[in-house]
Design a protein around this ligand. Structure first.
Ligand code: SF4
Length: 243
């Protein structure tokens, strides 16, 4: 079964304050097994934990940019073993990476912004990952980025990767949770987490573009800190950025 796209705004309003478990259960009921959780190796482990306790088949995929921390790779392996699940990994096209590195070196994003590198290492592999799916699940939260995520609904027609002939539904079940609620869940349910979190990292992406934050700093200050606040999306959720 699949939801009627026209009903999604009303459904999002109806579930705006629902428990993530109920939203994920609805997502699996409607789209299993043609639905996947996008797992980045950070807090969206909560989604994997909840889904593993619900009825319904789901897929998990991850984007390996080639620039992740060793701790993130170790964490991905721990998650595979802990839940006994497959994590389908998508890699960037080698030719595109080689061309970028040949022409601009390994750290061009510090000079001309992260969009080009993220486009090659994240967005293109994501397009491939989403192609066979009817729906995907993300760990976006409204409190993650005041500049770009404050309005994230719990379910929406994907404004970036869907198309009229191939609508794609995007679920954001923990949109209404705060970081504090996510961490309360992780501790209460003994959910494995990335060791970098114990070293001051909050929002974790690629190694050269992620740094720990101090108490009181917003988590997004640890990502692409050399760029404008309102541009801090890597392209995976480009629909959040106002044009
Ligand atoms: S986060 Fe940084 S290293 Fe990773 S893909 Fe984007 S620009 Fe490249």
């Amino acid at each position: 079964m699949a939801l009627d796209a026209k009903t999604l705004p009303a459904l999002a309003a109806q579930h705006a304050a629902s428990d993530p478990r109920d939203i994920l259960a609805l997502a699996l009921r409607e789209y299993s097994p043609n639905i996947a959780i996008s797992f980045s190796g950070a807090e969206d482990i909560v989604l994997v934990d909840i889904a593993s306790k619900l009825n319904g088949k789901f897929q998990v995929f991850s984007l390996d940019t080639g620039r992740l921390h060793p701790e993130t790779y170790q964490f991905l392996e721990r998650v595979r073993a802990h839940y006994g699940i497959e994590i389908e990994t998508f890699f960037p096209q080698p030719e595109a990476v080689q061309k970028l590195v040949r022409e601009k070196g390994l750290f061009s994003f510090y000079q001309d912004g992260h969009k080009e590198c993220c486009g090659i290492r994240k967005v293109e592999p994501l397009v491939r990952a989403l192609k066979p799916l009817a729906a995907w699940v993300t760990g976006q939260r409204r409190d993650q980025s005041p500049g770009t995520r404050a309005e994230v609904p719990v379910v929406q027609l994907d404004p970036t990767f869907g198309a009229p002939e191939r609508p794609l539904v995007k679920f954001n079940p923990i949109a209404n949770w705060t970081s504090k609620q996510v961490w309360a869940y992780i501790r209460e349910h003994n959910v494995p987490y990335n060791a970098l979190h114990d070293r001051g990292f909050v929002s974790i992406g690629c190694e050269p573009c992620t740094r720990p934050v101090n108490p009181g700093q917003h988590e997004r200050e640890g990502r692409w800190w050399w760029e404008e606040e309102t541009m801090k999306e890597c392209g995976l959720h480009a629909g959040n950025v106002q044009k």
